[in-house]
Write a protein that binds this ligand. Structure first.
Ligand code: NDP
Length: 236
């Protein structure tokens, strides 16, 4: 096993983020999560933070750094949907999703890479979605936010690649979490039909890929978009 790394997963209290945090914890790393609401899970070092609020992000990093030193692996996972058709989408529906999914990722990435530069190593992992490049009905806001993460990872790669820092995008397809539980049964059936694997995935199937991309084995992968989607987005 490699030496323990300090890992931060935003939105690690549930869903895919929780599975990612658990995967790193089981691999022996120092795992910190941010949670926004409710009670955090007891098994991680949990700090309350809202990715739409720069001051709360800074305070969270200060707490983590005081306990474990700089964050070496950042998983920008926190995200929301506010689905509705373009004609009904308000500007607030659009900007609030961008503020959480895209600007939220920017806020944590900017804060985390400061520490990575000091450490002289780091891994930035952005949780995007198949919908970023595939598009989605009623998801002009969400799809835009997730597509932009590709440009973000690639620009970070160009800026910080020579400093032993990689930045990659994970693009999950349909994963069984509270985010997809709310979809109507008929919609879920249609999605399953269009997925070559003919099923939704479990959060752990995403988590294992995230853990690997953060590992020493993946040291020469940067600016990549790695699909975990059962073949749904092939060719995009
Ligand atoms: P969930 O809705 O289950 O969890 C979302 C997490 O993000 C929660 O921890 C939530 O905190 C947190 N969060 C939301 N807004 C903020 C905020 N402003 N500040 C801090 N934390 C926030 O979603 P999933 O686990 O399904 O999704 C996780 C990521 O994976 C998201 O980025 C999503 O877009 C992406 N994804 C999901 C797919 C799926 O099929 N489920 C497919 C492709 C991508 P709280 O508990 O307080 O609400």
């Amino acid at each position: 096993m490699t030496s323990p790394k300090t890992v931060l997963v935003t939105g690690g209290n549930r869903g895919i983020g929780y599975a990612i945090a658990t995967e790193f914890k089981n691999a022996g790393h120092n795992v910190c999560i941010t949670y926004r609401s409710g009670e955090p899970p007891a098994e991680f070092f949990s700090v309350k933070a809202d990715v739409t609020d720069t001051a709360s992000i800074d305070a969270a990093f200060k707490e983590i750094e005081a306990e474990f030193g700089p964050v070496e692996v950042l998983v920008a996972n926190a995200g929301i949907t506010k689905d509705t058709l373009l004609m009904r989408m308000s500007e607030e529906d659009f900007t609030s999703v961008i503020d959480t999914n895209l600007t939220g990722a920017f806020r944590v990435v900017k804060r985390a890479t400061k520490g990575m530069l000091k450490l002289k190593r780091g891994r930035v992992i952005l949780i995007s979605s198949v919908v970023g490049l595939y598009g989605g009905m009623g998801q002009v806001n969400y799809s835009s936010s997730k597509a932009a993460l590709v440009g973000m990872a690639r620009s970070i790669t160009r800026e910080l690649g020579s400093r032993n820092i990689t930045a990659n995008v994970i693009a999950p397809g349909f994963i069984q979490t509270e985010m997809t539980d709310v979809l109507p049964q008929e919609t879920k059936k249609q999605y399953v039909n269009s997925i070559p694997a003919k099923r939704f995935a479990q959060p752990e199937e995403v988590a294992q890929v995230v853990r690997w991309i953060a590992s020493d084995e993946a040291s020469y992968i940067s600016g990549a978009v790695i699909p975990v989607d059962g073949g749904l987005g092939m060719g995009h």
